[in-house]
Design a protein around this ligand. Structure first.
Ligand SMILES: [Zn+2]
Length: 227
């Protein structure tokens, strides 16, 4: 079951909150109707403009983060959500391989096989056990990953798989402040760039013996099948 737009947004906020909790930051959220001269809204807008002028990002020595900084995050999340919905609604399963002018630029700049790996991670149809187990000729009988009893899904390979904790550190660095969660990594520009590095370093979700991957290392492949 796929969550609806509102639900997805709630999930995103929940994930941000989890991320904040991890670094001992308390998040307080209140619903404020937009575009209607609500005093707090206007103040927030003003502060955001000021913050943007100064180019200030969260100041590590201060316990407060700038509203501009948070606003940019929210904007990024909205964009991610929009992208998500757009793909689901307009393209669905035919998205793969279909020319699409509105595809995010960073995806276009990547080599073709990298683009298709990222699309496969997005759609959940690709070289990972959660999908292969549904394909009789794949020879994959169990959904689980070799690192744990957990299913080897795109989310697992990107965020959780124990085999790639080293590479995940680099991924986190490459996200440059964006929170480490799936929708950001799969849909935000900076996320996609960081993900491409992660895929190169781990060879996750990459077809073994692929002629498109001459440098493919057989040992790592589908979550390191041989480990
Ligand atoms: Zn794993």
């Amino acid at each position: 079951m796929k969550p609806g737009p509102g639900q997805q947004f709630a999930i995103n906020i929940w994930e941000i909150n989890e991320e904040f909790k991890r670094i001992n930051v308390n998040l307080h959220i209140e619903w404020v109707p937009g575009h209607c001269e609500v005093k707090g809204n206007e103040i927030a807008d003003e502060l955001a403009k000021e913050g943007a002028k100064e180019g200030s990002i969260a100041n590590k020595s201060s316990p407060y983060t700038s509203i501009a900084f948070l606003k940019r995050r929210v904007k990024e999340l909205c964009l991610i959500e929009w992208n998500n919905q757009w793909q689901k609604n307009k393209k669905g399963k035919s998205y793969m391989g279909t020319p699409n002018l509105r595809r995010p630029k960073p995806l276009d700049l990547l080599p073709r096989n990298m683009t298709s790996t990222i699309v496969q991670l997005r759609t959940g149809h690709g070289y990972f056990n959660s999908y292969l187990v549904r394909i009789p000729s794949s020879g994959i009988l169990l959904e689980r990953c070799n690192c744990s009893p957990n299913p080897q899904t795109p989310k697992h390979l990107i965020l959780e798989c124990k085999f790639y904790s080293q590479q995940r550190k680099k991924l986190r660095e490459d996200l440059k402040g964006l929170p480490l969660y799936l929708s950001t990594i799969l849909y935000a520009s900076r996320g996609i760039k960081a993900l491409a590095g992660y895929i190169s370093n781990t060879q996750i979700a990459t077809r073994p013996n692929s002629s498109e991957n001459p440098g493919y290392n057989r040992r790592v492949g589908w979550g390191r099948l041989e480990d």
